[in-house]
Design a protein around this ligand. Sequence first.
Ligand code: DQQ
Length: 489
Amino acid sequence: MSEVSVWKRLDADSHRPNYHFLPPSNWMNDPNGVIQWQGKYHLFYQHNPTGALWGNMHWGHATSPDLIHWSDEPIALAPTDSPDSSGCFSGCAVNDNGVPTLIYTATAGANCEIQTQCLATSDDTLRTWTKNLQNPVLSEVPAEARQTKDFRDPFVWKENATWYMVIGSGIQNVGGAVFLYRSTNLIAWEYLHPLLSSDDKRLGTIWECPNFFKLGDQWVLIISANTGTRPDTVHYFVGEYKNHQFTPITGGVLDYGCLYAPLSCVDDQNRRVLFGWLQEERSNAALQRAGWSGVQSIPRILELDSRNRLLMKPVPELERIRGRNHAYEDRDLDQPITLAVNTSSLDIAVEIDPGACEICGLKFICSTTPEEAIHIHYDARNQQISIRKQAESPDVSGKILLEAPHPLAQNETLKLRILLDGSVVEVMVNDRTSLSTRFYPTNAIAVGILLFGEGAHLRLLEAWEMPSVFDGLTTESRIKLANSPTTAD
Ligand code: DQQ
């Protein structure tokens, strides 16, 4: 297949997003090493460069001036000899006195069961990476874990002159755990104690991809709870951190859908920016046919509200690329409102006063196959938000129904921010309840929007058509596409 026809095939794939980041082809999962370096944002990610399924883990790399337009960069890390012969798993990036440094989990063994922590450094371009000769810099799993195979995803930060690191793990027959370390040079690590562990079965048996950072005057721990069976869920804890002891006082679910393994960094505007992997929800056969898998969420700014609930807002940079606008305001929803839009890449903001309604919300209907639809409902009586997906192909493996509690304060309106993009659906409700999912209608090229809610009042609906951010595909990306084995004849 020629380069042009490969690109056309992927380009014509209506399930590929237009304004969410994904690599030119093949598999992507966790965001890794997110960092802003000399003004430019760098996103690394778990990547299989030779297939559309998980395996053979490398670190892919992309750069952006604004968190929205991305350029594909050469692979940053590839498995070589031991300790990372079985794959370069997740990790983070830090600025070590002017030296860009990646701290990642190296894996070895037939099932990636030997997990150690390694370093790699680069120059100012962050394009080529040299693995440290002293790797692995940490290989002992703390004895209290009573297991040795799940010990990964280092997250590192600096306080004064000391580096601290948390690693995701689990304590055998107890549950998920995050272990805390410190170091003066990133090479020699001293184990302190578990930062947090839990025997709550809903929180899984292994905690992956921890993030730990100060937000306002509190500390936040984010963990991705691996239950061993899907769906895995991301949770957060908010609390006090004193003398290396973390005491959670509150917490919640970061996303009720497919967003997993998020990673955050602070940028030069002092914003805590979080990326999350939007997992696919279709069969392996469908992924292989498509030749690609995995999308990153639009980066979100994190804040805490006065009750220490985690707020998430898509970066405002997204608003700069908004195109044609469709708007309705100040309407009673006793009669449903309909709107036909000639694209399935939309950024939507809705504000509804639920009043005395029982259920209000929206329905997205595919224009060519109206039996395929997504319903986003707010059940005012039970104070619950839900997404229901209807009539997809038999390839779909994800949840058909997503539900989340969402109490509104007295006189608080319902505010929905919906990022729809090919097969991607990100929904944020009053900035504090997030549900992300994937939807694969037969032909996602145009949608009808139906807004309803007997007894409710629409304050404002704005729907912006969103352009493609992939027009400037680099030659390197085109060559990668052409060489992609999953897309060859
Ligand atoms: N993905 C990586 C691991 C991490 C998991 C492997 C979470 O490092 O624990 O691809 O999705």
